[in-house]
Design a binder for this molecule. Structure first.
Ligand SMILES: Cc1ncc(COP(=O)(O)O)c(C=O)c1O
Length: 400
């Protein structure tokens, strides 16, 4: 059997179920906005967006104007799209041209929206994140008033963003941010009930129903990753993405022989090495050198030696039966038999967050979109190697 050298299998049915599951936690009337920026956290923006809408999301959010354009060009013509990032005048124009909403926090931005031909805006209060938005609630209210008074500009939302929602041990900062935002938004909502009040990311919506307001903006959780960095199963989230390669070569390695750049693995005993043709050029981080696992034939093996750009090696053990693993699929994220590796496991090893694990997968990784194993679309890896048949209709077994 031979599998693609580097493949992400994306289960759109799981993404849909995650959205339904999140919606079931929402207060009556609150809407779900699916955050699909950064190519849907590496899962594919347009496919993720469609699945999220099928799962009950009613809004989409991205960071940039080209990301909004990509969704429209993919056929998502009717969905509400919010561009959350800071935009230049040219980018405001681009966002408005594709009928997306933008974020404003100064009267200057309101004028920019008017100059660009007008559009819908969400006013952002910086309740403590210290990035976009104004920290001054009075100014935020003035911006809202200016938006209402400016021809062609339509205020649609009031928003903020939490800095510590994912830290359950924070020192009350989350609660203070929530209070600051709620006090500002509550009053304005009484006067203008049509405004959509929103602040929560995945962690905030799961942590505190009071943070849900009229809408939540969920990214990480719709992809079945846990916003608190623990096992997604704890919150009944299903990982959407499986990452796989295959055993391209098996070779005997005698005690004292080494593998990879810098000889960072030297065999202490006779063993067999497997070579997986996937490396940091695919987004498999170099920090996994001598520091990771892979599932092959239903068993867990250790990654050994340095992760290089295109290859990584695996210690397959001393048994001659290792030879039979040549050609077998190798799972870097996913299930096999009773074994499982999550993006959260990789993040812990790399001292980072699960977001980074999937976001950093490169275009060289082929994407296969499926619904519980039934292939919907195969998207070849990009780059020179894509001329080869990169994508086999092969999905890692979902037996765990
Ligand atoms: C402004 C804003 N809202 C919502 C989100 C979604 O956050 P999460 O992926 O933690 O749900 C993000 C993501 O970084 C964001 O920047």
């Amino acid at each position: 059997m031979s599998a693609p050298r580097a493949q992400a299998s994306i289960n759109l049915a799981a993404l849909e179920r995650n959205c339904s599951r999140l919606r079931s936690e929402l207060r009556a009337g609150a809407e779900l906005c699916a955050v699909v920026k950064a190519d849907g956290y590496g899962h594919g923006a347009a496919h993720s967006a469609s699945a999220a809408l099928a799962g009950g999301a009613s809004w989409l959010a991205v960071a940039s104007a080209p990301e909004a354009r990509e969704l429209r060009e993919a056929g998502l013509r009717d969905a509400h799209i919010l561009v959350m990032g800071a935009l230049s005048l040219a980018e405001v124009r681009e966002a408005l041209a594709v009928d997306a909403d933008v974020v404003v926090w100064s009267e200057r931005y309101v004028r920019a929206v008017a100059e660009a031909g007008g559009g819908r805006v969400h006013v952002k209060l910086d309740s403590g994140m210290g990035r976009l938005g104004t920290r001054d609630a009075g100014e935020a209210s003035r911006v809202l008033a200016a938006a209402r008074a400016t021809r062609g500009v339509q205020p649609v939302g009031l928003m903020s963003h939490f800095a510590t929602a994912d830290d359950l041990q924070d020192d009350g900062f989350f609660a203070r941010q929530l209070d600051t935002f709620a006090r500002w938004a509550r009053e304005l909502k009484v006067e203008q009930p049509e405004l959509i009040v929103h602040a929560a990311n995945s962690a905030a919506m799961l942590r505190d129903a009071d943070a849900q307001f009229d809408m939540v903006r969920c990214g990480i959780a719709i992809y079945g990753m846990d916003p608190f960095g623990v096992d997604p199963a704890e919150r009944a989230l299903e990982p959407v993405l499986e990452l796989s390669s295959y055993v391209a070569e098996v070779k005997a390695c005698r005690a004292g022989e080494s593998a990879g750049y810098g000889r960072r693995f030297i065999a202490q005993r006779d063993t067999y090495l497997g070579v997986l043709p996937m490396g940091y050029g695919d987004g498999l981080r170099r920090g996994l050198s001598n520091n990771g696992d892979v599932l092959i034939g239903g068993r867990r093996y250790s990654l050994v030696g340095t992760v290089s750009m295109d290859n990584v090696t695996v210690d397959l053990g001393a048994a001659a039966s290792a030879e039979r693993l040549r050609g077998e699929p190798a799972i870097l994220i996913g299930f096999q038999g009773n074994e499982r590796i999550t993006a959260e496991d990789l993040a812990r090893r790399l001292d980072t967050i699960n977001y980074e694990i999937t976001c950093l997968l490169t275009p060289r990784v082929a994407r296969v979109y499926h619904r519980d194993g039934v292939v919907a679309l195969e998207q070849a890896a990009t780059g020179p190697s894509a001329a080869e048949p990169q994508v086999a209709a092969w999905i890692p077994a979902r037996d765990g």
